[in-house]
Design a protein around this ligand. Structure first.
Ligand SMILES: Cc1cc2nc3c(=O)[nH]c(=O)nc-3n(C[C@H](O)[C@H](O)[C@H](O)COP(=O)(O)O)c2cc1C
Length: 216
């Protein structure tokens, strides 16, 4: 119990430091793009058509509570000429729900009682034309060292057989850690999963683009 308090205190200090450095991107607020699959990026329709013709299509699926992962997801989709879909919990998290300092907030309750995470519903679980994608990039914020739990419902609700999956995340200071491996297990270990990276601090579009280009 004492250890947990010390850990929470350290986490709080890290958050406070990181928030000072990332204020601009944090103020993006709850991103509001819809859950329908849309294509982003320059020349996206022709590139998507070319990808479809070659039998290779990529999809970026992400959850983002305050806009930082959304920024990375959009940069990645642009470089990869991929379609993009935002995961939307139903009901969505309010600012009060996300207050990890409050022991009684929704995230704190879900953190303390894993069974509550299984009850999270999504507005839409399976992307349109799911069977057509052979590469799926999965992005999420890190919550308490692992993937924000709305992603659990997404990976449990879809069949990744035959797909190449790359995970990525954003956090104040935590690494990707075992978050991708845990999602893979929730997906029944179907598909070929690869750990991507976790972006910390202010999100730098050029850095994200360089990382995206480095992915095969
Ligand atoms: C409930 C909660 C738990 C978090 N846990 C961690 C954590 O363990 N490590 C960390 O570095 N950041 C943590 N953060 C910070 C987020 O990972 C970080 O702000 C992330 O970039 C938010 O992404 P988003 O804007 O896409 O929601 C947490 C934030 C929240 C709301």
């Amino acid at each position: 119990m004492r250890m947990k308090k010390i850990l929470m205190l350290m986490f709080g200090v890290l958050m406070a430091i990181a928030m000072t450095g990332c204020g601009a991107s944090d103020s993006a607020g709850s991103a509001s793009s819809s859950s329908k699959t849309v294509t982003v990026g320059e020349n996206s329709s022709s590139s998507s058509a070319a990808q479809a013709a070659s039998g290779k299509k990529a999809l970026v699926v992400y959850y983002s509570a305050t806009g930082r992962t959304e920024q990375v997801a959009k940069d990645l989709a642009k470089v990869k000429n991929a379609d993009i879909m935002k995961i939307e919990p139903d009901p969505d998290y309010t600012e009060a729900d996300l207050d990890y300092r409050n022991e009684d907030s929704r995230v704190s309750r879900e953190h303390n009682d894993e069974s509550l995470r299984d009850q999270i519903k999504l507005k839409k679980t399976t992307p349109d034309n799911w069977a057509e994608y052979d590469t799926v990039y999965i992005g999420y914020p890190i919550w308490w060292g692992i993937a924000a739990w709305p992603m659990n419902a997404f990976v449990k609700g879809n069949d990744f057989t035959g797909k190449h999956v790359v995970t990525f995340a954003t956090a104040y200071s935590s690494p990707l850690g075992s978050s991708g491996q845990l999602l893979k297990e929730m997906a029944g270990s179907k598909g070929d999963w690869q750990d991507g990276t976790c972006f910390t601090g202010a999100i730098d579009d050029a850095k994200v683009a360089d990382w995206a280009k480095s992915l095969k």
